[in-house]
Design a protein around this ligand. Sequence first.
Ligand SMILES: NC(=O)c1ccc[n+]([C@@H]2O[C@H](COP(=O)([O-])OP(=O)(O)OC[C@H]3O[C@@H](n4cnc5c(N)ncnc54)[C@H](OP(=O)(O)O)[C@@H]3O)[C@@H](O)[C@H]2O)c1
Length: 311
Amino acid sequence: MTAYAAAFNSTRPGVTVIGAGAMGCVLAARMRERGYSVQAVLSRSRETAEALAQAVEARVHSEKLHHLPPETRLVACCVPDGALAEVALRLSRVSHPWEKTVVFHTSGALPADVLQPLAEEGARIFSFHPLQTLTTESESSVLDGVYAGVEGTPPAVAVGIELAVNLGMRYLVLSAEDKPRYHLAASMASNFLVTLQALVQNIMLSLNIDRATAQEVMAPLVRGTLDNLSTSTPEDALTGPIARGDLETVHRHGLALRQHFPHLVPAYAALALETVTLAVRSSQLGAERAEEMVTLLNKLVTTPIPASFAE
Ligand SMILES: NC(=O)c1ccc[n+]([C@@H]2O[C@H](COP(=O)([O-])OP(=O)(O)OC[C@H]3O[C@@H](n4cnc5c(N)ncnc54)[C@H](OP(=O)(O)O)[C@@H]3O)[C@@H](O)[C@H]2O)c1
């Protein structure tokens, strides 16, 4: 641990949170619970800044960045990715002891460098991306044991690691180059799960089963799968007709898809091919049956959809 990080550990620095949205609310609440003094909340609108400032008993709230308290030593930029560069530039023009201040942002996709104007004023910068999905209503406990992707210069990363540990989180140190791939993985893990459930509901809707019922019907299956995934590898968690090498069932699925949801054929085939690979890796599917499955799936994509289906 660097001396700088150690200094941070012994007395937790005064914090200003910029951006009183989902991330700002959860992080500010967690910081306060864990002994950080949240001195100010700055946001685009005074109202949201005030609401969060009240919740975490911050003395200052404002829509103006120059109201950053001079005694703040840690600034959490929790604004949308698209606003970060502009906020960093405007913040760097605020008169502040930047050489004694650490600034981080919470974007998963962008590197710490987006805060470069602040680094040029002497601030240490890092990115700190909690791998969790948050809303303004989320309890701060959703951060329990959650990993944060931390990236920046080594001394700043040391501060990020301290922050993660102090907040009861875990950490993953990343390079700037790694971040887009890391964030791709995180987005796929969360967003595509949601998209898949929406597609499942569309299919159920076509059977006259409303969305709420479809959600209720599928919930135990989805929960059971997620439970399996939390204790086993994807190879071990995989079940179903592709893993069993059941060509007839996969053929029937393909026909139903082509007839009722032809636009989903490419996405289905791509995921099914990845499932074949997984099934082979898990030794559930032998090479010969896997070949047959791949041929079937390729046919599904390359066979023209009859005009009567596509109407
Ligand atoms: N939410 C998540 O699940 C999640 C997870 C991991 C990482 N992140 C990252 O966290 C960051 C914030 O995301 P979020 O979900 O919290 O977004 P959000 O709910 O939309 O909140 C963003 C906040 O930033 C404020 N803001 C916007 N432009 C601003 C500006 N120019 N100056 C000052 N404040 C400004 C908004 O202010 P007003 O409300 O005052 O208008 C809003 O409160 C993003 O980088 C995102 O990628 C989010």
